[in-house]
Write a protein that binds this ligand. Structure first.
Ligand code: HMG
Ligand code: NDP
Length: 420
């Protein structure tokens, strides 16, 4: 595109000017972009071709009791009703004693993939025999993680095809997510393999399928705690268990079920400064681990209790990446009263399960529209130009009319303004 050559080498003001010169935006629009900025130096250091800082709202989820500790949980999301639902799910669980969470190990896996292999089983054996040497090389490539008590722990070889194998390095990354440190270690080992064994390296990179970094969260709710008005808790529990079964049977439903879980997970992952694409990729791969994509959580009825369970990979960090540089992340860590990355994983998983419970509870009782749309209507009111002081009036009138389209909303706004 004309005018955008070496855009990244220009300063920010020049980049903005080019948008006006090329008639992509008006001066007023460019001014708005610049005004949205909070911290030029931070933004310009974090990404490339920087223009401004795009903002998302942050709110607090309440009622989370995990292993006996109550948390205030910052969530960053653009979607109405997510935080209300997260708090609602957690409230139901809190009444029944809270969530229990478990992190068995916190190891990351990286791959060196070899191609054009002629005798894969023999090569796999040869590489496995060099495990100690390769672990030492990996640790020498990133010695600071060893002094922090972490480092390379295992080396495994998987034959992917007769001519392709994956050398998997398993690393204790301590409080980091570990992508960069692992990639450094992998490239050092790959170089050694190329030189010593004359193999053809295809690529070396961390795997986002973090199956050695799993967190499990559970909860048990006596069915009577689920009662809603005239509908018995037993009936609601039975329907939630059926909805869970459905998400194990049908990938169309499983995807939506998991989207509901990720509503909560992503929001806390973003608030904690972590890489949500990594978490999303790992979570969905885990959902398909036994060759059919399934719901990540299950809800089962056992002895008068509704028992929920969610297990997924959550490679989260309390240091490194943007965690260490975004000031709001530090504040969010303080709100969470966070001790370490394992605790963060437990919190995020609990929010996933709480969020899921609230969505299923709504789906099998009132339906999603009642609670969700009530909160979504605020966005509709803003989108048709309602001022902050007009929003609640517009929402009330839309609810009364039971017509949720923008034309009706505009008509209502005009009526409100006409009445003044
Ligand atoms: C929206 C609610 C919570 C209303 O539910 P309700 O029963 O009307 O709520 P309530 O007035 O009885 O309040 C219960 C608790 O919810 C919280 N709460 C209630 N309202 C608010 C609010 N305004 N702001 C903050 N928190 C709120 C709050 O903790 C409150 O307790 P209290 O403090 O009053 O003792 C409920 O209908 C719900 O949980 N719905 C699910 C909404 C949802 O999942 N939204 C995500 C978007 S839909 C989607 O993307 C996913 C989905 C649904 O497709 C996934 C799937 O299919 O599985
Ligand atoms: N496929 C993927 O998901 C990929 C992701 N990424 C990105 O990589 C980033 C994450 O990589 P990561 O290596 O974690 O981040 P960093 O490169 O920021 O490294 C983390 C650093 O934090 C320091 N540190 C301080 N205290 C501790 C502690 N207690 N435990 C561990 N480390 C500590 C260490 O450096 P020192 O010891 O020297 O102080 C460590 O190297 C994210 O931004 C991610 O988006 C990058 C490539 C691929």
């Amino acid at each position: 595109m004309n005018g955008f050559s070496k855009y990244y080498q220009k300063d920010r003001q020049t980049r903005l000017n080019i948008l006006v010169e090329q008639q992509k935006l008006s001066s007023a629009e460019v001014e708005k972009l610049a005004q949205a900025e909070l911290d030029f130096e931070l933004g310009d250091t974090m990404i490339e071709n920087y223009l401004t800082q795009y903002q998302l709202p942050e709110g607090l989820a309440l009622n989370y009791v995990i292993d006996g500790k109550e948390y205030l949980i910052p969530m960053v999301t653009e979607e109405p009703s997510v935080i209300a639902a997260a708090s609602h799910g957690a409230q139901l669980v809190k009444k029944s004693g809270g969530f229990k969470a478990q992190v068995k190990e916190r190891l990351m896996i990286g791959q060196i993939v070899l191609e054009q292999v002629s005798d894969a089983p023999t090569l796999a054996k040869k590489i496995k025999q060099q495990q100690d040497k390769l672990l030492t090389l990996a640790n020498e490539a990133h010695p600071s993680i060893v002094s922090r008590g972490g480092g390379a722990r295992e080396l495994n070889v998987r034959i992917l095809a007769p001519d392709m194998l994956s050398v998997d390095l398993v690393v204790d990354v301590k409080e980091a997510m570990g992508a960069n440190m692992l990639n450094t270690m992998l490239e050092a080992c790959a170089k050694y393999l190329e030189e010593e064994l004359a193999v053809e390296v295809l690529l070396s990179i961390l795997s986002n399928y973090a199956t050695r970094c799993l967190v499990k969260v559970t909860c048990e709710l006596p069915v009577e705690n689920l009662t809603k008005g005239e509908i018995s808790g037993a009936k609601i529990a039975q329907k939630i268990a059926s909805a869970s079964r459905l998400a194990q049977l049908d990938p169309y439903r499983a995807t939506t079920h998991n989207k509901g879980i990720m509503n909560g997970i992503d929001a806390v992952v973003i608030a904690s400064g972590n890489d949500w694409r990594a978490v999303e990729a790992g979570a969905h791969a885990y959902a398909a681990r036994d060759e059919q994509y399934r719901g990540l959580s299950t809800w089962k009825l056992k002895g008068g209790k509704l028992c929920g369970e969610l297990e997924l990979p959550l490679p989260l960090a309390t240091v490194g990446g943007s965690v260490s540089i975004v000031p709001l992340v530090k504040i969010n860590q303080r709100l969470l009263e966070l001790e370490d990355a394992k605790e963060l994983e437990k919190i995020v998983a609990a929010v996933g399960l709480g969020q899921n419970l609230a969505a299923l509870y709504a789906l099998v009782t009132d339906g999603i529209q009642k609670g969700h749309m009530k909160l979504q209507l605020k966005s509709l009111a803003v989108s048709i130009g309602a001022k902050p002081q007009e929003v609640s009036q517009v929402v009330e009138k839309i609810l009364a009319k039971k017509a949720r389209d923008s034309a009706t909303a505009q008509q209502i706004l005009a009526e409100i303004r006409g009445n003044k």
